[in-house]
Ligand binder design. Structure first.
Ligand code: GZL
Length: 325
């Protein structure tokens, strides 16, 4: 479904193209030399990033900024929300006021977006949902989503635990409560290993909060022997807590995480993690292609799923060193 803004721009593009053909026929040209929109201007993109809470987010931001560049035809306005929804909503409203060509954002939690998404829809600016998901009543609130399937990630982790430690006594470190990854990873891991979960607590996807949550868990559940962490950073915090308690991470207490950032894979090589499911943050190149296709009025896929792999302790130091992030 094309929103009014795209139809307006498509009409402009058609008119520009017609103008160029007629000018060329007369031996002239309008000199359109940009890369991106048909009229040669840079495509103005407003991007609301949720924060810088983890190694994953840092790698994702680097990928977005490396791809949405002027040389790629993009004028990027990038705003970091420090993991606060109110900051994202303000940024989104600013993008509407600035009449961006495209808005992209990675919502910190799934709910609370209806009002601002309706405002964006009324403005006709197309929205790309990046990485995370939203739960909204606004019809056609966004044009397309790009990111990993968080349920598949939870399933991959659950299947590995079922296969290798079917009798594990599990503590679950949850990501930011109400976020898409926390909801879907928990649901789909729990579908397989839910009966083995002794307790859960959120570490908000950060190393420090993961350590704090793990310290409490070790007190409450002294016989826990496996941690399922929704991301590497909280898993690394858990390592610190486990070692401080005089136990050996990866042996006394197994650790299964998601993301596969370099620090997480290093913990795997070092024997402190046991299994890591990838959640690939490097999709800036696919994002810029989506932006250009939207502005060009091309057919847009509703979903671009970023493919994830997984790693166990067979990984080598050379493989870790060769990783992009
Ligand atoms: C997943 C992403 C999650 C990562 C965390 O796509 O949204 O947020 O798993 C990050 O590391 O904080």
């Amino acid at each position: 479904m094309q929103t009014p803004k795209i139809m307006r721009r498509t009409a402009m593009a058609a008119a520009a193209a017609l103008a160029m053909v007629s000018l060329a026929a007369c031996g002239g040209s309008d000199g359109g030399d940009g890369d991106g929109s048909a009229d040669g201007d840079l495509i103005r993109v407003g991007y609301s990033q949720l924060g810088a809470e983890s190694g994953w987010r840092t790698a994702n931001t680097e990928s977005v900024k490396a791809s949405l560049t002027e040389e790629n035809g993009i004028d990027l306005t990038f705003v970091d929300a420090q993991q606060k929804q109110e900051n994202q909503i303000k940024a989104l409203r600013d993008f509407v006021a600035q009449d961006m060509d495209v808005i992209a954002f990675s919502p910190v939690i799934e709910t609370g977006w209806d009002e601002v998404l309706q405002e964006i829809k009324d403005s006709g600016i197309p929205v790309i949902l990046v990485d995370r998901s939203v739960d909204t009543t606004v019809e056609d609130a966004y044009l397309t989503h790009i990111g990993s399937d968080m349920c598949i990630e939870g399933t991959m982790a659950g299947e590995w635990v079922q296969e290798n430690y079917p009798d594990a006594k599990i503590f679950e470190l949850q990501g930011t409560m109400g976020s898409g990854p926390q909801i879907d990873r928990q649901r789909c891991f729990g579908d397989i290993m839910g009966d083995n979960i002794l307790g859960q607590a959120s570490g908000n996807f950060t190393r420090a909060e993961g350590k704090t949550a793990m310290e409490a868990a070790l007190q409450t559940y002294p016989d826990l022997d496996l941690v399922f962490s929704h991301n590497d950073d909280m898993g690394l915090g858990a390592v610190e807590a486990i070692e401080a308690a005089g136990k050996v991470p990866g042996e006394d207490i197994k650790i299964v995480t998601i993301d596969a950032v370099r620090d997480g894979l290093q913990a795997l090589v070092d024997g402190k993690f046991n299994f890591v499911v990838e959640c690939n943050p490097v999709f800036g190149d696919q994002l810029v292609d989506l932006v250009k296709a939207i502005v060009a009025g091309d057919e847009i896929p509703a979903e671009t799923v970023v493919i994830d792999g997984s790693f166990d302790q067979s990984i080598t130091q050379e493989e870790v060193d060769a990783r992009l992030y």
